[in-house]
Design a binder for this molecule. Structure first.
Ligand SMILES: Cc1ncc(COP(=O)(O)O)c(C=O)c1O
Length: 422
């Protein structure tokens, strides 16, 4: 018998995972760990502007409640994959009060270990794996878009087809055009199983008007494909902006749409891993079935705390207060980049999320080069735009969640180290 060490370890990979890399954010984190001693030695200890994780403490009352729930009888045993009734009821209440949308907590709501997990498991439930590139089932994905979509689809043996978000199309792809383009390239339009939209968007921070949501619903119905809306940043809109919409506000959307919500960013609890999906009962059922075989639901104390957060005015106020911080951080950094020579018209000021989509100085041939140099010289950690898709070339993403002293240090270091625009 061969020893394990003699086995060609590569043959262990499934065909779909063969060229898979560790998720970009963890790769960046690893690199930062490696560089920390040398950067610290030259007074450039890393300032992490890379990950989309709030650094403020979660609402105090939420932590208090969570701690109390830990003592309840039966709270430490298994939950159910779809989530406890009290959690699903709170989700239904939130959907009603925040979006005016009615969802049935019995079969149109599902708890998630974060929306990242939910999206990946939905892909598993809807994609039949194929090997040939032109045989693969297709999901249309935003480009630039949340980096997990592409690899999560790949793991399932599917193909993600990029739908470019550009200044020219105001960050709203025309899906009819995309279908034609895809057909011209030899793909079978009947293989398109789903499309993903994400507004407010990561990494650009773009929003879309309700009229666009209506158009996308009509398109998905016409082509009989599942519409997946990811609204992880739905509550992080800046002052004076109309609150972002749920796709389920579009009449009849529930016939073809499922929407993913996250508690991670609004309540500053990215490590808890909690979110939910709402919408089309068949899609929710697929998700529940897949999840029932791979996880056994969320910790009940966390579901209780989340149910509290979703319906608590104190937690709503917490969101409003933190969004004000993000808005002020954005204004501060825009001023900072202008002082480094970035032209005002090149700087976009998203009206939602906590991201800044920064154009790289023209002398750099790629965003990876700029991000690498910024990290290695100044200890400033950003994400190169191409991590979010091909259309992201020419940009880096900064997450504006850091304390003010760190934000100021970014600009000071860039000035001192020669990272001006021209
Ligand atoms: C657009 C988008 N969707 C989903 C997620 C996943 O969030 P979580 O799994 O924490 O709910 C993120 C996280 O960065 C995101 O940016």
């Amino acid at each position: 018998m061969k020893a394990l060490s003699e086995v060609n370890i590569k043959s262990l990979y499934s065909a779909h995972c063969a060229n898979m890399e560790t998720y970009i954010m963890f790769r960046i984190a690893q690199r930062v760990v490696e560089l920390t001693p040398s950067l610290t030695a030259k007074s450039r200890a890393p300032i992490k502007m890379s990950i989309g994780a709030p650094t403020v403490a979660p609402p105090e009352l939420l932590i208090e409640r969570f701690t109390e729930y830990l003592k309840e009888p039966g709270i430490h045993s298994y939950s159910v994959p779809e989530g406890e009734k009290y959690f699903r009821d709170a989700v239904a209440e939130r959907m009603k009060t925040r979006f005016g949308v009615t969802v049935d907590p019995k079969n149109e709501v599902c708890s998630l270990l974060g929306s990242k997990e939910g999206l990946a498991h939905l892909f598993h439930g809807i994609i039949t794996p194929q090997s040939g590139p032109f045989d693969k089932e297709i999901i249309l994905t935003p480009d630039p878009g949340y980096a997990s979509y592409v690899d999560a689809i790949k793991v399932c043996g599917g193909l993600s087809y990029p739908t470019p978000l550009t200044r020219d199309n105001h960050y709203m792809p025309d899906f009819s055009k995309i279908m034609k383009e895809l057909t011209n390239q030899g793909y079978n339009p009947n293989h398109v199983k789903a499309l993903i939209i994400n507004y407010p968007s990561n990494p650009i921070g773009a929003m879309a008007p309700f009229s666009y949501f209506k158009d996308v619903v009509a398109f998905a119905k016409e082509h009989n494909i599942l519409l997946i809306s990811d609204i992880a940043y739905a509550d992080l809109q800046f002052s004076g902006e109309e609150p972002p919409h749920s796709i389920l506000e579009v009449p009849g959307a529930k016939e073809i749409a499922i929407e993913f919500h996250s508690l991670s960013k609004p309540y500053a609890i990215t490590g808890w891993r909690i979110g939910f999906a709402v919408g089309n009962a068949a899609a929710v059922d697929i998700l529940n079935k897949v999840k029932s075989t791979v996880d056994s639901g969320l910790f009940k104390a966390m579901q209780k705390a989340a149910a509290f957060a979703l319906t608590s005015p104190v937690c709503d106020q917490f969101i409003k207060d933190t969004v004000k911080i993000y808005e002020a951080n954005q204004a501060r950094m825009l001023r900072g980049f202008q002082s480094l020579g970035w032209p005002a018209e090149a700087l976009q000021a998203p009206r939602a999320t906590f991201y800044l989509w920064l154009p790289i100085p023209p002398r750099y041939s790629s965003c990876v080069k700029f991000a690498d140099e910024l990290l290695e010289t100044s200890g400033i950690v950003t994400v190169p735009g191409t991590a979010f898709g091909k259309t992201g070339e020419g940009y880096v993403r900064l997450s504006l969640v850091n304390p003010v002293a760190e934000l100021d240090a970014v600009i000071e270091r860039m000035q001192a180290d020669g990272f001006t625009y021209h």
